[in-house]
Design a protein around this ligand. Structure first.
Ligand code: C5P
Length: 407
């Protein structure tokens, strides 16, 4: 039996009939040695009582955001900070909607917004509520935010209908909790990973620039995955509107030349991954004043080629052990990627089709082909997070032989 001794779970109970099952969940968690603190929503108090839950958990049960004594003993921020994991069960449609939009109008939603800990939700609701586009949208948002789902299961509901929406059983929620709390393997601990992301911005004059539509999402997802595997992660990013992933060392840049200099300054590294959509050209001579409309012919802007950061780093004396490039193509994706692999001198090309209708730029999903000297591997359509995790795991495996040789 896997022990949860030393682990602390904050259980947020929502107002649904499945709330009665949380007694059993608390009992199972206590049997494994976990400390369980509980928050009840107002609606949950209609289904279970603070007294019964306090008796099983052996701890005070929290209900009110505005209870002065609770704030003195343990404020809502402290409640979520002290936990290793937050579990929402049952996660009602209402609680899910609140979490997805960041509302905080009671103790439960405030604790959930104030946390930076992993969160597991066990949804439970009527099948029509579960299938409603609003709930589907909210659940997608929560998944994108990194929350993990247990269930819901298919089956008969308290309301007499049948379908998905039954809360996962306490032993299933316990299994998900154990999975989330078990120590993660960190194969990239002690390794340095440099990632470029986003577009570059090449100035024309003080107010205008040349750039592109890169959102940076894939590169940022890779940075998150690298941190999860324990790597020292440097993210050299052009201008994007994404939050900096926790644990990442961010190096903001604007132009291709700056991006190259920062990357060179970060060498040596074990792995370098170039996801940035670097502008191929910059204006040969940036105007120091805003270029005026003269009423004559429009100005011509002679361009000059930008450095190829990927090709330059691939041929550096301090070349990282693994260099990965991306190839965004609109046609003959695999063929061009294989050619790029040779031309740029990298070890792997992640090729994706950005042709019309592909939704790669700015979207959350990606279909990629992994091109290496060994051949081409087609990955199915996945979220950019899944592509990132799979790619980082693959790169960690590629580093392994070197680690073994060094031992
Ligand atoms: O040549 P192309 O732009 O298609 O190559 C794409 C790959 O090369 C990407 O990995 C991109 O980050 C990288 N690249 C670069 N510097 C450039 C152009 C592309 O690092 N100037």
């Amino acid at each position: 039996m896997i022990s949860l001794a030393g682990k602390s779970v904050l259980l947020v109970i929502g107002g649904g009939i499945a709330a009665y099952k949380t007694h059993e969940l608390v009992r199972l968690l206590k049997t494994r040695g976990a400390a369980v603190r509980i928050i009840l929503t107002k609606a949950a108090e209609q289904f279970v009582t603070p007294l019964s839950l306090a008796s099983i958990s052996g701890e005070k049960v929290y209900t009110s955001l505005f209870s002065l004594t609770d704030e003195v003993e343990m404020g809502h921020i402290q409640l979520s900070r002290a936990a290793d994991l937050l579990v929402v069960a049952p996660a009602t449609a209402d609680l899910i909607a609140k979490m997805a939009s960041g509302l905080a109008d009671d103790l439960a939603s405030t604790a959930l917004l104030a946390t930076d800990k992993p969160v597991l939700i066990a949804p439970a609701m009527n099948v029509r509520m579960w299938r409603h586009p609003a709930t589907v949208r909210n659940v997608e948002t929560l998944k994108r935010d990194g929350l993990v789902l247990a269930g819901p299961n298919d089956g008969e509901m308290a309301c007499g209908e049948f379908g998905p929406g039954r809360m996962a059983e306490p032993n299933e929620i316990l299994a998900a909790i154990i999975e989330m709390l078990k120590p993660k393997a960190q194969p990239l601990a002690g390794k340095k990973v440099v990632i470029t992301a986003g577009p570059t911005r090449e100035p024309i004059d003080p107010v205008r620039f040349i750039s592109n539509h890169s959102s940076g999402k894939q590169g940022y997802a890779i940075a998150r995955a690298a941190v999860e595997l324990g790597a020292e992660t440097i993210l050299v990013s052009g201008p994007v509107s994404l939050p900096i992933p926790p644990g990442v060392q961010m190096m903001p840049v604007e132009t291709a030349q700056e991006m190259l200099e920062v990357c060179q300054g970060e060498m040596p590294a074990d792995i370098a991954i170039f996801t940035a959509a670097v502008a191929d050209w910059r204006v040969a001579a940036e105007a120091h004043e805003k270029i005026k409309k003269t009423g004559n012919a429009p100005p011509s802007l002679p361009l000059t080629e930008n450095p190829d950061i990927l090709a330059t780093i691939s041929r550096e004396p301090k070349r990282p052990r693994i260099v990965v490039g991306f190839a965004a193509e609109t046609e003959r994706v695999r063929e061009y990627a294989a050619e790029k692999l040779r031309k740029k001198g990298c070890d792997l090309i992640v090729a994706n089709d950005v042709g019309r209708g592909s939704d790669v730029f700015g979207g959350d999903r990606n279909t990629v082909h992994i091109v290496s000297p060994a051949g081409v591997e087609d990955w199915p359509n996945m979220s950019k997070d899944e592509v990132a995790q799979k790619l980082m795991e693959r790169l960690a495996q590629m580093l392994m032989p070197e680690q073994k040789a060094a031992e």
